[in-house]
Ligand binder design. Sequence first.
Ligand code: F6R
Length: 609
Amino acid sequence: MCGIVGYVGRDNAKDIIIEGLKKLEYRGYDSAGVAIVEKGGILVRKKEGKIANLEEFIKNEKITGTIGIGHTRWATHGAPSDLNAHPHMSNSGNIAVVHNGIVENYVELKEWLAKDYGVQFHTETDTEVIAQLIGVLYKGDLEAAVYEAVEKMKGAYAIGVVAEDQPDKLVAFRKDAPLIAGLGNSGNFIASDIPALLKYLDKIYLIENGEMVVCTADRIQIFDENKNPVDRDLLHVTWSLEDAEKDGFDHFMLKEIYEQPRAINETLMRRIGDDGKIKLDGISLTLEDLENINKIYIVACGTAYHAGLVGKYAIEKMAKIPVEIDVASEFRYRDPYIDDKTLFIAISQSGETLDTLAALREAKRKGARILSVVNVVGSSVVRESDDVFYTWAGPEIAVASTKAYTTQLICMYLLALYMGELRGVITKEYYNQILDELKAIPGKIEKILEKSKDVEKLAKTLYNRTQVFFIGRGMDAAVAYEGSLKLKEISYINSFAIAAGELKHGTIALMEPETIVIALATQDFLFEKMFSNIVEVKARMAHVVSVAKEGNTTIERESNEVIYIPQCADEVSPLLTAIPLQLFAYYVAREKGENIDKPRNLAKSVTVE
Ligand code: F6R
């Protein structure tokens, strides 16, 4: 998704901004550009494609300005091109703007500017409309012009603005799209995401909706929508630059797969107190709260939704509260029955997914209590929730989510157990048993990772197949959806997940000798049923790769290959099963030579509908 970086200070702005934009490359983009305020005017340089293209384009130019804005664009209005790339300028040449999000009424504004001010437009973007609008409204007071402009703009956006005749000031505004500001040694920054600034600082301001930031080389001021100064505490960022770098791995995805034992340990340890029990510090979920809840809704998108599927099983089994689950894009438009007895759980790595945010607002409007499971501190979902359960996975850079997923699962298990114990619906023994199982997970994942070569070998033999099915029952079905998504999103193989019992109702018609079936069979109490499903697909000549617990030799009789995971309770097996599936997707995509960290058509955080 689009990324913004702005700098004003004493160093070369172009170098700093480009460096920051590179740290946002993981979000996916199709063009990049910078606007630097130079002595003779604003110099705008932009190029379709990689940031490297932009660097090549300007490498022989002497660009020395110390204030500027930069952008990586993910096309929404207008095709990816040099022309449509940001920054955009006003016709006066005095104003340059970068923008994330969408201006919904841009057509209306465009017509008005053309009719009343004779403005001619040069691009197809909604962003040019912002630049032209501020250009027309600007009468020497940049903050006033930006305030006036945003009053007229509908939609969700974060913008960064510079003016040629105000070469010491950078102005930014946030409405429903992420924006931060940071204090550095040589100057000050704005950005859409923390990784852009990690090299330069470790303290940031989180900008809220309706707020304006005014940065000079020595000062950052924040103003609310009524133009009153806001006193905001600085947030100390604990992510390190190494966290956002590859650390010797070929891809961020592989690095993040290998980070899972550490990440899960972190998530667990932060929530287990000295007495060995789960502590939900900062989350208000008392027995009285739980007695007031008669239903839980889990809402999320993509991988986070798949974590929610496991969460539903866990909560219903351990806390005995009915759980409904939905994808956010459906939930938000279907007028679901929600009231003040509903606990709404939003799951989101980025905390910026627009559909999830909109679903959360809908639930809130209807009186639900909002608990979110989020990775990015200070993100929009966090700010709009009553309570937040952080995943503490560290920055996830690869577009395909891995460690965010498994840490989301940990959060769901901890919540389920906590609620179950509080409500007195599970025994002490069961509570301790599952907690011990969770604590053993990082070590068991290490064991799976030690055998990653086996999965790599398998991927080398199967990477050129064109059709893959993931099947499972119970919690295995939930993981099947995630395994399938992982494979398709980075290898572009047509993969499909289905509850194994559903196969015979239609899908089994697709089984052919070249078809791969990845059969998850880790639920002991469902094994016989699952085994029958494996026999059925094997009889149709499909190539079966099973995932089972160590010691299960029966499954070998009907499988071409078996991937074993360490012994564990059925309830927690998704945490282990997910790992070989992530590795399989990774190695297949690598074998096919695909762009693993930035798959085509995808972006890390989806802040548009
Ligand atoms: C897939 C993936 C996506 C995200 C989805 C929600 O690997 O990462 O499916 O899970 O776009 O994103 P968040 O969790 O940021 O709300």
